[in-house]
Ligand binder design. Structure first.
Ligand SMILES: [Zn+2]
Ligand SMILES: [Zn+2]
Length: 380
């Protein structure tokens, strides 16, 4: 394909660098309504390399908001289908589809390759986790949100951060959000079995506003680049646009807890790493990116697990049904010990060789050690 003539019109724009766009390596999380618009823009602009994540399948109601999907695609995986259409739009774009859950499958060892991550999901956990990872790995994060009338694009230029100067997504959240989150979870991370997530109805108008602006910000199009975090709010009916600078919040659960610099440490031997941390920091806490179940026990019949050796089960893989005893059938009688913080000594004593998590954090005033954990082998 003749690149020069394909992108000839772009070359007439004095602030547009096709080389910069071609060198971009963008991670797009979510291939729904906003993800479609982001991918369409990245493809037509000639973005060099894209990884797209979505585990969801295409349903008939996606077709009113998804330019890359057709009636014949119903039932296909969203990421795979969108990737195929991007290749049709511009065969120069290298795009890879990931059909798993990003919170499980993200390869942190190669995460640093991205020039930006664009968050196009409607799920809060993924937003929070991507915010934390992008901050720790110092990758620009573009967060999008839409409703039936408005589009919001947040720009977090983490690649530019010197120490703590760049606000993160959690800096923008009011305490009420955490209250709402706790309604969804019965205790510390177990999803309520009967909880139905509320869907916000949208049209392609707001998805397209958010998607095109997010693509532009991720590619850092135009003169100058963001040095501070910004939120751009677009009202699709009045046409009013409100940009606002996002300040660092002193009590932000991420920024206040995990100070820079962020030292990434690939961990092969967890016990050796724990011993090193113990010698350096004493019996401090390890913070986990999500909750683990350590043990559970029935208050009626005493049946339980995890008291001799902690279970270290990912809470996200269980729901509040775990509170019903499998031995005696008593409903809600099981007490579950669940946590996202563990003292070093607890981990050492358990003799655990790996955790079912991609990373864990050990923070002190001198910075944050990011323990990048090896994936557990399938046969374990
Ligand atoms: Zn923050
Ligand atoms: Zn029981």
């Amino acid at each position: 394909m003749d690149r020069q003539s394909r992108y000839q019109r772009h070359s007439l724009i004095d602030w547009f660098s096709q080389a910069t766009v071609r060198d971009a390596r963008i991670c797009v999380v979510g291939a729904g309504a906003v993800g479609n618009e982001v991918l369409k823009c990245l493809a037509l602009l000639g973005a060099g390399s894209i990884d797209v994540y979505d585990f969801d399948r295409i349903e008939v109601h996606n077709l009113t908001r998804s330019v890359l999907f057709r009636v014949t695609d119903i039932g296909r995986n969203k990421a795979e289908c969108a990737a195929a259409r991007v290749r049709d739009l511009d065969p120069n774009v290298v795009i890879t589809a990931y059909t798993g859950n990003i919170l499980r499958d993200l390869d942190l060892a190669s995460f640093s390759k991205y020039s930006a991550v664009i968050c196009c999901v409607d799920n809060f956990e993924a937003r929070l986790r991507l915010n934390l990872i992008c901050k720790l790995w110092q990758i620009d994060l573009i967060n999008t949100g839409v409703d039936s009338r408005n589009a919001v694009v947040d720009v977090f230029p983490f690649s530019q951060q010197s120490a703590q100067s760049v606000a993160c997504y959690e800096c923008t959240l009011p305490p009420s959000v955490y209250q709402r989150l706790s309604q969804r979870y019965s205790c510390g991370g177990l999803k309520r079995a009967a909880f139905v997530e509320k869907r916000i109805p949208t049209t392609v108008i707001t998805a397209s506003l958010a998607g095109s602006l997010a693509a532009s910000k991720a590619l850092r199009l135009g003169p100058g680049g963001a040095l501070r975090s910004d939120r751009i709010f677009l009202d699709s009916i009045s046409g009013i646009s409100r940009p606002s600078e996002l300040p660092v919040r002193v009590d932000c659960p991420v920024c206040s807890q995990f100070p820079a610099p962020f030292r990434k440490r690939p961990v092969r031997d967890l016990q050796a790493e724990l011993a090193r941390l113990r010698a350096e920091k004493g019996n401090s806490d390890i913070t986990l990116p999500e909750s683990l179940i350590l043990s559970f026990q029935c208050k009626k019949c005493d049946a339980g697990e995890g008291h001799d050796a902690p279970l270290f089960w990912r809470a996200s893989e269980h729901d509040s049904g775990l509170a019903n005893c499998r031995a005696c059938g008593a409903e809600g009688a099981v007490e579950i010990q669940i946590t996202d913080r563990l003292p070093l000594d607890t981990l050492t004593k358990s003799g655990v060789r790996s955790l079912p998590l991609p990373f864990a954090l050990a923070a002190s005033e001198t910075g944050t050690d990011v323990l990048v954990l090896e994936k557990e082998s399938e046969c374990d």
